[in-house]
Design a protein around this ligand. Sequence first.
Ligand SMILES: [Zn+2]
Length: 251
Amino acid sequence: MKIYETHAHLDFDKYDKDRDLILKKALEMGITYINNIGYDDKSIIGSFALADKYPQIYAAAGFHPHDATKYDEELVRKYAKHPKCIAIGEIGLDYYRNLSPKKIQKKVFAEQIKIAMEYDLPIVVHDRDAHEDTLEILEKYMPKKVVFHCFAGDEIMAQRVLANGWKMSFTGNITYKNNNLHGVIRNCPNDSFFIETDSPYLTPVPFRGKRNDPTKLRYIIEKIADIKRISPNKVAEYAYENSIKFFLPNK
Ligand SMILES: [Zn+2]
């Protein structure tokens, strides 16, 4: 089984003691690519340091809506040119925590969309409780390559995302009770989804509450297989091919 982990934050110091071991175990289970995603200045620098060190790690540069007030355009532009940059992200809107004023979140999101288009890079979107504004801003610019990381919309929103040619990424929250994404997953075409852990967050059942890591992708793969009634191998294969085409089209 070949697996592409499309969203993790392994630069966090929580992994300093066992990062090598986690990456070794991940490789052993077939995880041949990992996208490490930046969200502020420190994590962008940390993500690209990992990409420089480990051949299987690629990185994304962007300022998360929580950190929109700290937006540093020069830094994003600098790393957008890095040979292992696979996307601008994670960028978007977060009206759940509202750690930055909405107006600034929107402005910084739009500016980074323009950078992604200028450098012809995909966009990794963070959208929490901000579906309508997120879609509205993206639809104003209509970038070609967009993925909604940890997709959390309903089936109507999913249809709108798919109609624009964009992708959805599923993470450990799909294993939680009361999760309402089963219909979205069942109806998502096999060429339009990716898988991710969002490590260290969103740890799947049965490890919920503990630190997450990419090897736990197996529980997400199994859950999608269960919902779609196809084999886990097929889920991993579709997600892998979709991810390569999207993030590493020259591989
Ligand atoms: Zn993330």
